[in-house]
Each structure stands twice: as structure tokens, then as C-alpha cells.
Design a protein around this ligand. Structure first.
Ligand SMILES: Cc1cc2nc3c(=O)[nH]c(=O)nc-3n(C[C@H](O)[C@H](O)[C@H](O)COP(=O)(O)OP(=O)(O)OC[C@H]3O[C@@H](n4cnc5c(N)ncnc54)[C@H](O)[C@@H]3O)c2cc1C
Ligand SMILES: NC(=O)c1ccc[n+]([C@@H]2O[C@H](COP(=O)([O-])OP(=O)(O)OC[C@H]3O[C@@H](n4cnc5c(N)ncnc54)[C@H](OP(=O)(O)O)[C@@H]3O)[C@@H](O)[C@H]2O)c1
Length: 585
């Protein structure tokens, strides 16, 4: 996935790519002509209408070129009537295009595009079999990832059976949270001495939504039958598509469907100049090509940055829908898409506790014969909240879920109808701050909101096993309404009422968890003043994390008679000493 580096003559570059795309050269010539036509049409326009505002995302450092008028191009040769830019521009009328809110008058005013990136060179090739074409056996049905994924070098992906899932939230909850029991009995012994740990996290490699994958194939004009055929994917180097495999050339048996499903992110961070450049190159419509080229030129810089740093930058499907004439070759397209990365989920239980899965036995109503086998199963548990954002570019309001949480919701729905499903999982962060700083003794205050509370369930389970620690753990849990989204209600052990306080943000007294921190300032102070005392915080960084930090400073001011500066320094010092541990996201 490299890009070429010299000043470009577009048609030449296109030939150099050596990709399986016979239409490349004519399109590239058209591309130059479209830009040229505008330049010739109005020589009075400001040539240096460059917009240099920058988002700091280093997109400006891509190798670039200036697209100068090409007077030798047939459409602008002597005797050829000069087209009016306004007459020749035929902007797309699609909702997806409108949703980009492009400053079209600026596009129209531009006569010479500066800093257009060179067409990226793909190091990926697709080789079709020389013998009879056959369908690749797809593992999508059981959610098993292709074996070449290496999400934690040097180990390949491990597909873990899902024992049971259940919805932790009730009807009417603003967000849905699912609980998963994952069977790790046969999880390979990867590194001596490394095991699942209370407070640790597992990584999950998600698959893209099959409906989205179909929509993209449709947009690219690739038939379902062809998308399923077995191909050889040849890469000249790099880690892709393995995630974190070795940097080396590869030849892999796969299919276009498998590649689009498991190896590239179709939603997040796709909006790049390389992608826009590729879409421009393969747009058969002049106006679309011109707009896409403008967007990746220096003149389009601030519009590009605004779109990229928007809360929800355009997705691949949104771009393909906004510029429907663009149909890049599959190999080149995937070479400019980001790798689909694993997501992490904290263990919501003590993995030692989980060697006896009583609730799996109860939930799945298994037979007596199976009971013996099940009692030897080792499981880990996680809780996952489904991320959803509303998008409107299709013309109606639709919900766009997060990649991995939606993937896991699909897994949950199948498991809840008794279907056997596996998920690609790996033993991820077992040395993260929560896992590393969990101690078997010493007083502990655990503060979390939403699904951020889940790792603390494992802490409490472990603590309550030790009689000496009974009075040494306290939980402050934030939720919206305890009737529908108090996670793991009633599952915190016999002393639940003594160790846990729930605060609701949208019901009852309507408090945030940090308000309770201030109300419990004597408890907070006694925990943190103990030489072995620890305060753990987990949840959303942007929202709860900052609020709790302020509340803890208020406690230090009140209980320790400190100034604002002293309170600030006090908690910084506690953080350095690993007595104040924050894991927020
Ligand atoms: C150490 C650690 C532990 C964690 N533990 C947990 C845990 O126990 N439980 C838990 O639930 N989470 C946990 N997380 C968070 C988790 O890893 C994921 O970040 C989370 O599930 C979201 O991932 P996703 O793939 O579903 O969403 P993503 O695909 O990453 O998207 C994130 C959000 O952005 C929106 N979005 C992105 N792009 C667009 C776009 N173009 N248009 C519209 N919307 C868009 C999505 O809808 C979604 O809301 C943890 C994270 C870390 C680092
Ligand atoms: N180990 C980790 O790093 C880890 C583990 C698990 C989860 N997480 C992360 O934790 C977050 C939890 O998300 P979630 O979706 O379950 O819950 P959430 O959306 O963050 O909401 C949970 C509760 O927090 C409240 N809240 C909103 N703004 C707040 C603020 N400024 N201060 C305090 N509370 C506030 C919400 O109230 P209102 O909606 O009423 O405002 C709600 O009651 C996610 O970002 C997840 O990725 C991280």
C-alpha cells in the first residue's frame, strides 16, 4: 500500500500501476481533460485559490502534483469550442452527495488544481485460478474469521465458541448491553505465565455487516457469484490483511467477499485523500471526477479537513453513493482502506471464578449427560454496549451501529436462538492498568458508569472470596435508570447492598456518579489515605472521566483542606503511585 512519488502526468501514472484494469488509461485522460476544460474556460479565475487550512492529520504530506492545463488534450485543441465550466458541470443530485455539503461555488471557481496526490500504487493483486472457478467455502455463517488473521503477533486468530449470551438491559433502555460467556477451554497456551486476569481485556476481530458488504459489491458492480469465487490474493509486502502479522509478501487463498468482510474497515477512517484520488481516477462522470479531484487538492483542503474531522466522517458506501459513476478496481480500492482493527472488551468476571459456569448450565437447560462436560469448561465473560449513531444520507434517518458491537449483537441474537456461533477472540490486554493494579487486599473504591462498570464485577467477585477483604471494596455505579440499565443488578454477591451504590442520571434523584463521589467524600478520603488504598475509574473518557476527576479534587479540597493546586497535585501524585487508576475510553 504505497503511493508513487513524482510529479504526475496522470495517464502515465495510471499505466504504471500495472493493475488489472483495462479502462484505466482512457479514464485518466478524461480526468485531465475535465480539469483542463475548467482552466481554459475562465482564465480570469484565481489560479492560486488554494485553501491551506489544515486539520493536522498529515494528509497534506502525501506526494502531490499540480494539475496544469493540458492544451494538447483533444477536447481543448485548436478549433475546439471552449466549454463553459457551468455548462459542463453536472453535479450529482443524490442525497448522499448533498449530505457532504460541498462548497460547490468554490469548486467551480477553481481553475488549476494544486497538490493533487499521485494515484496510489497498489501492492495487492488478485489472481484468478487458471482452472475451473469455484466458490470459496465461506465461514461467515458461523462468524469464524479466516485463519490468516494474526491479531496478536505471532499468534493467529482463535475462534472461540460462544456458550451463552443475554441482554443485560431492559426494554426502553437508551442503549442495549449484552453479556457473553465465551468458552476458552481450548484457548491455546500462547505464552508461559500469561493467563486471563481479573481486570484484563480480550480482543475481538469483528466482521463487517454482510448487508453493508453486499451494498458495496453492488455499487462496485461486482456480482454476488463473483464475490464468492476463490481467488489468490498476492501482496508484495506489509502486514495487511493479517492485522499484525509479519511484514512480508503473501499469497493467500480467499475471496473478495472474505476480504471485504474481515480485513478492511468500511466505516471508520476511510475518508482519506488516497481514497478520493482512487475514486476520482475511476469516475466515468466528468463532474464527479472534478469534484473528487478538487476535494483532494490543496484548494479543497479545508473542506477535506472539515469532513474528516466531523463527528461522523463519510463512510465508503456514502462516498460510492455520492459519486455513483466511480467504480475502482477491487484490489486498488482495498489497498487504500484502513485495516479492520480488533476492539477490546474488559472481562466482566473473575476468570478463576468462571471455571464453574453454573449460570450457563441453568441458562442453556443442558442435559445431565452434558453437565459433566460443561463443568470442565473454562469461560470468560464480557459485557458489550451497542454503539449506534444516526445518519441521514440515505434520505431517511437510519441507525449506523459500531462495527464490533453490532457484530457482537448479531452473534448474540443467533446464540439466543440456540445456534452455535464462534467469535474471533484473543487474549488481549492482561497487563493493562486495571489488571496490573488489582490487588488482593487493601481498600478499593471502584467508580464506573454504563458498561464501564463491567470490569469491577470481576474485582468484587474475587474480593468477596476472601473473608479478610469483605469490608474493603466499594462500588459507585452510574446508570440512566436502574429499572432498565443497571448492569448486572443482583449479581454482585451476598453483600451487594453493603458494597455497591447505584446512581441514576435520568430517574429518581438524577445524579451522575461524580455527584455521589462528592457525597461520599469521607469514604473516598479514607480509601485513598490508606497506604494500600486504591481508587479505580472506568467508563467514557470524554464524559464521566473528566467529571469524576473534578469530583475527586473537590473531595481532596474538602477532606484534606487543600487548595485547588494542591488537590490537583495530590491526585497526580496518586496516579503516579498507581493508587488512582483510570481506564477510560
Ligand atoms: C481497554 C478497553 C476496554 C474496553 N472494554 C469495553 C467493554 O467492556 N465493553 C464495551 O462495550 N466497550 C469496551 N471498550 C470499547 C470497545 O473496545 C469499542 O471501542 C466499542 O465497542 C465501539 O466499537 P465499535 O466497533 O462497535 O464501534 P466503531 O465502529 O469503532 O464506531 C464507534 C462509534 O462511532 C460511530 N461512527 C463511526 N464512524 C461513523 C460514521 N461514518 N457514521 C456514523 N457513525 C459512525 C459508530 O456508530 C459508533 O457509535 C473498551 C475499550 C478499551 C480500549
Ligand atoms: N476498560 C475500558 O477502558 C472500558 C471498559 C468498558 C467500557 N469502556 C467505555 O466506557 C464507556 C461506557 O459507555 P456506555 O455507552 O455504557 O455508557 P455512557 O453512554 O457513557 O453512559 C453511562 C452513564 O453515564 C452518564 N453520563 C453522561 N455524561 C456524563 C458525565 N459527564 N459524567 C458522568 N456521567 C455521565 C449517562 O447519563 P446521561 O445519558 O443521562 O447523560 C449514563 O447514565 C464507553 O465509551 C466504553 O467504550 C471502557
Amino acid at each position: 500500500m504505497t503511493s508513487s512519488s513524482s510529479t504526475i502526468s496522470l495517464p502515465e501514472h495510471s499505466r504504471n500501476t500495472g493493475l488489472s484494469s483495462p479502462q484505466l488509461t482512457p479514464l485518466a485522460a478524461d480526468f485531465t481533460r475535465a480539469v483542463t476544460a475548467l482552466a481554459v474556460a475562465d482564465p480570469q479565475l484565481n489560479v492560486n485559490d488554494a485553501d491551506s487550512e489544515c486539520c493536522g492529520g498529515s494528509c497534506c504530506f502525501l506526494s502531490t502534483t499540480t494539475m496544469t492545463p493540458d492544451y494538447s488534450a483533444p477536447s481543448s485543441g485548436p478549433g475546439t469550442p471552449v466549454p463553459s465550466p457551468h455548462a459542463s458541470v453536472d453535479f450529482p443530485t443524490d442525497r448522499a452527495f448533498d449530505s457532504l455539503s460541498l462548497p460547490l461555488s468554490k469548486v467551480m471557481r477553481t481553475c488549476r488544481l494544486l497538490g493533487v496526490p499521485s494515484l496510489p500504487l497498489s501492492n495487492i493483486e488478485i489472481v484468478w485460478p487458471t482452472d475451473a472457478l469455484q466458490e470459496k467455502e465461506h465461514t461467515n455463517d458461523n462468524f469464524a474469521a479466516p485463519s490468516y488473521l494474526t491479531p496478536h503477533f505471532p499468534y493467529d486468530v482463535h475462534n472461540v465458541p460462544v456458550l451463552a449470551t443475554r441482554l443485560l438491559t431492559g426494554p426502553g433502555a437508551i442503549k442495549r448491553t449484552y453479556h457473553f460467556d465465551l468458552d476458552v477451554t481450548n484457548y491455546p497456551d500462547e505464552m508461559q505465565g500469561v493467563d486471563f486476569r481479573v481486570g484484563g481485556a480480550v480482543g475481538i476481530c469483528p466482521a463487517n455487516d454482510p448487508i453493508l458488504v453486499d451494498d458495496i459489491f453492488r455499487r462496485l458492480g461486482i456480482l454476488e457469484r463473483d464475490s464468492n469465487l476463490e481467488i489468490t490474493l498476492v501482496t508484495k509486502g506489509g502486514r495487511w490483511p493479517t492485522i499484525w502479522g509479519e511484514d512480508k509478501p503473501r499469497r493467500l487463498r480467499t475471496s473478495m467477499r472474505e476480504i471485504l468482510t474481515w480485513t478492511v474497515d468500511l466505516n471508520n477512517s476511510v475518508f482519506s485523500k488516497s481514497l478520493l484520488r482512487v475514486l476520482a481516477e475511476y469516475s466515468s462522470n466528468k463532474s464527479e471526477r472534478m469534484i473528487l479531484s478538487w476535494l483532494c487538492s490543496r484548494q479543497g483542503q479545508s473542506t477535506f479537513c472539515n469532513l474528516r474531522s466531523a463527528p461522523y466522517p463519510p463512510t465508503l458506501l456514502q462516498l460510492l453513493s455520492a459519486f455513483p459513476s466511480s467504480s475502482p478496481p477491487f484490489a486498488l480500492l482495498v489497498s487504500v482502506l484502513p485495516t479492520l482493527m480488533p476492539r477490546f472488551y474488559s472481562l466482566s468476571s473473575d476468570p478463576i471464578h468462571d471455571t464453574m459456569p453454573e449460570n450457563v448450565v441453568n441458562l442453556t437447560k443442558i442435559t445431565c449427560e452434558e453437565r459433566e462436560r460443561v463443568s470442565s469448561i473454562r469461560k470468560v465473560e464480557v459485557a458489550v454496549t451497542v454503539h449506534e449513531a444516526v445518519e441521514s444520507w440515505r434520505g431517511e434517518l437510519t441507525v449506523r451501529p459500531g462495527n464490533c458491537s453490532a457484530f457482537l449483537e448479531r452473534v448474540a441474537q443467533l446464540t439466543m436462538t440456540n445456534q452455535k456461533v464462534t467469535v474471533p477472540m484473543f487474549r488481549g490486554l492482561q497487563a493493562n492498568p486495571l489488571a496490573r493494579e488489582f490487588r488482593h487486599d487493601g481498600p478499593m473504591l471502584l467508580i464506573g458508569a454504563g458498561v464501564g462498570i463491567s470490569p469491577f464485577r470481576g474485582f468484587v467477585q474475587r474480593r468477596l472470596k476472601n473473608a479478610n477483604c469483605k469490608n474493603k471494596v466499594w462500588v459507585l455505579q452510574g446508570c440512566r435508570d436502574s429499572l432498565v440499565d443497571e448492569l448486572y443488578a443482583g449479581e454482585w454477591g451476598v453483600d451487594d447492598g453493603d458494597v455497591r451504590k447505584v446512581v441514576e442520571s435520568r430517574s429518581g434523584t438524577k445524579k451522575y456518579v461524580q455527584d455521589e463521589v462528592v457525597d461520599q467524600s469521607a469514604l473516598v478520603w479514607s480509601v485513598i489515605s490508606h497506604p494500600e488504598g486504591r481508587v479505580f475509574v472506568c467508563g467514557s473518557s470524554k464524559r464521566m472521566g473528566r467529571g469524576v476527576e473534578e469530583a475527586l479534587k473537590a473531595v481532596a479540597k474538602k477532606e484534606g483542606n487543600m487548595t485547588t493546586e494542591d488537590a490537583d497535585e495530590f491526585w497526580k501524585e496518586k496516579e503516579r503511585a498507581w493508587q488512582y487508576i483510570i481506564e477510560t475510553w
